[in-house]
Design a protein around this ligand. Structure first.
Ligand SMILES: Cc1ncc(COP(=O)(O)O)c(C=O)c1O
Length: 393
């Protein structure tokens, strides 16, 4: 039986397993919307929280719970809440911590829609947001106001691959009693555990590395304490942002091979980043595993590895970049990331097109920036694909 002291892979395989009466080795899919009470007293006790059990799938379900326990074990948290999508998790986080007159500080280059919901929706309910370069911890301290209720950082950022020092930001925030939430999607718990670095809440788009097979959309929040769990869980259930049991099963299955996939993709990415950096048609490469990354030292300290996400620009700017994206054959021109397959995309016209040009400029999302999510294919094949596409420019 695994426990908190078991190794990462042991927890990935076993944590959260739900034992049924038939001895099923994997958690079954409890495809049911509701659960029968033994009697009226039992139903009342479940609703009052006096007994553990399941009531209704929007509130909880054994398959979803199994996944949540696995996620908590992988992020060294005490509990987790699964959501229908990463954005469902982001929305519930903001709705739980922010109200009329409150203020949030966030990374300027945070995932586009995470910024978008603050600017377009929460602003309508009197929530102010300040977006700054959180890689400068002093800028974080300067942005703190009396009404700041949450600091929400993403590191490394999508798609600019900028890092924020989690330990330093958490230390500053806690001096003012402000909780810190970290979007850990880009690293996955294999490479970085924000709770261990002082953060209070971790967010994941499960759609990415944790599921890893580009066939499910999902999200999660992982917490350290029971009180935060209850607060976030209530928002999830009231807003109906719950995961579906079948969806939960697929992520639970994908998560078992998380480190095998993340480490293989990372090995490929290190080779590819070095190769791109030397390529005469490539202008620049941003990857935390390269000494040329401005925060290479922080990456070494904070992450257990540089991961498999990078961005780069080719000589000739946007037009040359479009030619490259239209010429790749193995890499797929598609958004999302962290799957077994290599994906390429253009954030300024795709994932971050919804941001204003000013917000994109502030975040450093230039027009020529190409985002590359390295998969687990044979590295020689990815390199050959890039070479033939670069030749066409
Ligand atoms: C860093 C990051 N956070 C959050 C999200 C949102 O997740 P989802 O697409 O699962 O809603 C994404 C999606 O691309 C992302 O890249």
């Amino acid at each position: 039986m695994e426990n908190n002291k078991s190794g990462f892979d042991t927890r990935a395989v076993h944590a959260g397993d739900f034992k049924d009466q038939f001895g099923a080795v994997v958690t079954p899919i409890y495809q049911t919307s509701t659960f029968e009470f033994r009697n009226a007293e039992h139903g009342a006790r479940l609703f009052a929280g006096e007994e553990e059990g399941f009531i209704y799938t929007r509130i909880g379900n054994p398959t979803i719970r199994s996944l949540e326990k696995k996620l908590a074990a992988l992020e060294n948290g005490t509990d987790a809440i699964a959501f229908a999508s990463g954005m469902g998790a982001v929305s519930a986080l903001f709705a739980s911590f922010l109200g009329q007159g409150d203020h949030i500080i966030s990374t300027a280059a945070v995932y586009g829609p995470s910024r978008g919901i603050l600017e377009s929706y929460f602003s309508r309910f009197g929530v102010a947001a300040t977006f700054i370069d959180t890689s400068d911890p002093f800028a974080v301290e300067r942005a703190i106001a009396n009404n700041t209720k949450l600091i929400y950082i993403e590191t490394p950022t999508n798609p600019t691959i900028k890092l924020t020092d989690i330990e330093q930001v958490a230390a500053i925030a806690h001096q003012y009693g402000i909780p810190v939430a970290v979007d850990n999607t880009f690293s996955s718990p294999v490479l970085q555990n924000p709770l261990d670095l002082g953060a209070d809440i971790v967010l994941h788009s499960l759609t990415k590395f944790i599921n890893g097979h580009a066939d499910v959309v999902g999200g999660a929040l992982i917490v350290k304490d029971e009180e935060t769990y209850k607060r976030l869980h209530k928002t999830m259930a009231y807003f109906g942002a719950n995961m579906d049991p079948h969806q939960a099963y697929l992520v639970y299955r994908g998560a078992k091979t998380l480190s095998l996939r993340v480490l293989k993709a990372q090995e490929n990415a290190i080779t590819i980043a070095r190769w791109l950096e030397e390529h005469p048609k490539v202008e620049w490469v941003r990857y935390p595993g390269l000494e040329s990354h401005p925060q290479y030292e922080l990456a070494q300290r904070q992450m257990r590895g540089p991961g498999s996400m990078m961005s780069f620009g080719v000589k000739g700017g946007l037009q040359a970049g479009k030619k490259l994206m239209d010429s790749v054959q193995l890499a797929k021109l598609a958004v999302s990331l962290g799957g077994v397959e290599t994906l390429i995309q253009h954030p300024a016209s795709m994932t971050h097109a919804g941001l204003t040009p000013e917000a994109r400029a502030q975040a450093g999302i230039t027009d020529e920036l190409i985002r590359f999510s390295v998969g687990i294919e044979d590295v020689e094949d990815i390199l050959a694909d890039l070479e033939q596409a670069l030749e066409k420019i």
